[in-house]
Ligand binder design. Structure first.
Ligand SMILES: Nc1nc2c(c(=O)[nH]1)N[C@H]1C(S)=C(S)[C@@H](COP(=O)(O)O)O[C@H]1N2
Ligand SMILES: [Mo]
Length: 399
């Protein structure tokens, strides 16, 4: 076993310890179990992440266990394209170069001494819900849990760009991570470019938004290795691929970046003047997901059931969630909980008066945002393997 793999395992053990300390009601629940044929108890206290891939590590949050606004670090999904990079923390530096007045080499201490900002932001992988696509699409087969909501602390990217002095002709900044690997083979003639370092760019206007951070803390503690230690980007309102982990280099460029993860990966077709045009994945789509009931859950007939979930959107705010318990024939407004928080998810609930008639029921949820966007009923095939935001059915058994 090489060192990288050993580190990875150690990280897992720390993760399991963290989960054991979670205040889940498992012990109390088993003490008072109802008779076996009596209907539903509380949510299953599944305390961990689902392994979608072991190496590189791709771990999914069991979305049915959603019970709070902030996702604990140990339960936050992990999406890695390559083996985790080994970073020598004392030797780590962030380089800032390209179309700048002054090239910079910053230590973590120097970054920590700059004015910091804390923001809550949801991250959702652009491949979240991919397992629901038919025919099957390439990539990690995520169900509902490649999403989480955390609190991030760091330096606004704009502050670092200002220190370096962005030159007039610049249009984007490339964010490069320390991890690299051979990219997937594509059918000929799209040969793999060979070894690639994970990188994504941001247009300067987005890069300068106040909540776009170079983050070193997550939920009040230093970033863990899996989430990008020592420094990662947080790009609220965009799909997760923009939030580059293990940052080592920022390159300001005078032309749009057309790197691997903008073109061969994370690119979808949009019709422009009737022409399917490849665009890179950026802003989050509006979406509601049902956490409870989960698919296949057995629900008591003739009693109320609390349908519960979360909803989010890109550069806007969710202002309505509707729930259907009859496969989309009729819809009722869910109750939005708490207060809206910019860039975060909004938890919601709906009290379902479960009919006395037993059988299969199909539940659906649909979100709407202030910019007037509603979740689509059907999949847009032009989106290829990403941005899976159409309404999904949850089928349950009422007994
Ligand atoms: N360096 C680097 N950054 C990365 C990735 C990666 O593989 N390497 N994955 C991206 C993707 S696709 C997502 S969805 C998010 C996931 O962040 P998380 O693992 O902290 O949940 O990180 C992004 N940043
Ligand atoms: Mo992702």
């Amino acid at each position: 076993m090489d060192d990288r793999r050993r580190d990875h395992r150690l990280d897992r053990r720390a993760f399991v310890r963290g989960v054991a300390a979670l205040p889940l009601a498992a012990a109390a629940a088993t003490a008072a179990l109802p008779p076996p044929d009596e209907a539903p108890r509380a949510a299953p206290a599944f305390a961990g992440l689902i392994v979608r891939q072991d190496e590189p590590s791709n771990l999914e949050y069991p979305f049915a266990t959603l019970d709070r606004f902030i996702t604990p670090v140990e339960r936050f999904y992990v999406r890695n394209h390559f083996p985790m990079p080994r970073i020598d923390l004392p030797a780590w530096r962030l380089r800032v170069e390209g179309a700048v007045e002054r090239e910079l080499t910053l230590t973590l201490d120097e970054l920590r001494r700059l004015p910091s900002r804390t923001t809550t932001a949801l991250l959702e992988c652009a491949g979240n819900n991919r397992v629901y696509l038919a025919p099957r699409a390439a990539g990690v087969q995520w169900a509902l849990g490649a999403v989480g909501n955390a609190e991030w602390t760091g330096v606004p990217l704009a502050a670092v760009l200002d220190r370096a002095g962005v030159r007039g002709a610049a249009v984007e900044v490339i964010l490069e991570g320390a991890d690299s690997g051979a990219t997937a083979d594509f059918p000929p003639p799209f040969r793999t470019p060979g070894r690639v370092q994970f990188a994504r760019s941001l247009p300067l206007a987005k890069a300068r938004q106040a909540d776009v951070l170079l983050a070193y803390r997550m939920n009040g503690a230093d970033l863990t290795a899996a989430h990008g230690q020592p420094l990662r980007a947080i790009v609220p309102g965009w799909y997760g691929m923009a939030s580059v982990k293990w940052l080592t280099r920022l390159v300001v460029t005078d032309r749009p970046f057309r790197g691997y993860f903008h073109t061969l990966d994370y690119a979808y077709f949009e019709r422009r003047h009737g022409q399917p045009t490849l665009e890179t994945v950026t802003e989050l789509q509006v979406k509601a997901q049902i956490a409870r009931p989960y698919a296949g859950e057995v629900i008591a007939a003739g009693r109320p059931f609390r349908v519960f979930g979360a909803a989010w959107t890109g550069e806007s705010e969710v202002d309505r969630v509707d729930v259907s318990t009859d496969d989309g024939r009729t819809w009722n407004a869910a109750r939005l909980l708490d207060r809206p928080v910019a860039h975060a998810w909004r938890l919601w609930e709906y009290e379902w008066r479960v009919p006395a008639a037993t059988g299969r029921y199909v539940l659906k949820a649909r979100a709407h945002d202030r910019r007037g966007r509603t979740q689509a009923a059907e999949r847009d095939l032009g989106r290829r393997s990403w941005m899976i935001s159409h309404v999904l059915p949850i089928t349950v058994a009422v007994r």
